[in-house]
Design a protein around this ligand. Sequence first.
Ligand code: SF4
Ligand code: SF4
Length: 396
Amino acid sequence: MEYRQLGNTGLKVSVIGMGCEGLSEDNYNMAQKMFDAAERLGINYFDLYASDPRLRQAVGRALRGRRDRFMIQSHICSVWKNGQYTRTRNLAETKAGFEEMMTLLDTDYLDVGMIHYCDAMGDWESIVDNGILDYARELKKQGRIRHIGLSSHNPLVAERAVTEGGIEVLMFSVNPCYDLQPATEDCEEMWADRNYQKQLTNMDPDRQRLYEVCQRMGVGITVMKVYAGGELLGSNQIAGVSLTPNQCISYALSRPAVSAVLPGAHSVEELEQSAAYCEAGPEEKDYAAALASFPRVSWVGHCMYCTHCEPCPKFIDIASVTKFLHLAQARSRVTGHPEQCADDGDCQIPETVREHYAALEHHAGECIKCGACEGRCPFGVAVRENMEQAVKVFGY
Ligand code: SF4
Ligand code: SF4
């Protein structure tokens, strides 16, 4: 298993986590088996959004005696009402739901308390206005949640929440198909067939910017819908091409700020299949050719951080240099222009980005402009221009 820092939280999480929605509601034996398997596979992080008390209790029982071996990302505002799951923005319901959840999970803290499922600007405002964000902050002060998170499918709402709301962990839907689609308050739109029948060009800029803003701010992203609910696998093919689980996971883990993916597991075998990613070779993880063959999608000129352009005769890690260049240039749409980008001649690149760039063994300044990389890039990226830009931005 590989592990990554979860943004600035100080938590070190397995890159493969577990979504608990596939556990049967009232089956303690299944939960026990899944957590046994997770422990064996080195998985130390899981998400629990479901509010069914039987499921929460089964998870709580399965965690007995090993609470400290797992980090829990569980959702506040996801409550059980009239015998069914309900998302609430009512403060009293949220508080009662949190207390019940802690009792059922038999724990006195959550590692990440997620404000559940916010896809609309008006909904974010009600989270603030109804006192839910303040309540999450209070829980953090009390140590009952260690970090405040938020789950969303909408890049504009998510960016606003991380830049205005002090959100430390973002659970976001990341996969190559949703990344093509513009922000919407109706997440059904992201898998509507008609949206993949038209010609699409490159990643949606709001999504790209969200990942970069999160990376710059030290907000860790945990990924839901890494397989687009299964639509990217097998014969479903929402964009006309199918990918393998390893390709989907590799794509998500290559986006800036992403720390872990959380595929929902319905069986030990599914969990093992996801964890097998860490044993897979580079060819199995390579998503570039599959993406380049999407019939109605042009990625032209857009670096997908796939590393296909390597090897470089000067040993430059082209994908990393390009990623750091983009991070240096990223700016927040919501907060305006908190940090000047290089183009404005008054560059304030976050220290972490400078440090990561400095830590590379070879830098853009070593590029001899041979062009070999551009011949190998499936996405027509002007690598030489990017190397020139990186020299301007970082100085070497
Ligand atoms: S320049 Fe092209 S080949 Fe290289 S990492 Fe970017 S997209 Fe991949
Ligand atoms: S053009 Fe520069 S970055 Fe690309 S392969 Fe040649 S030396 Fe490496």
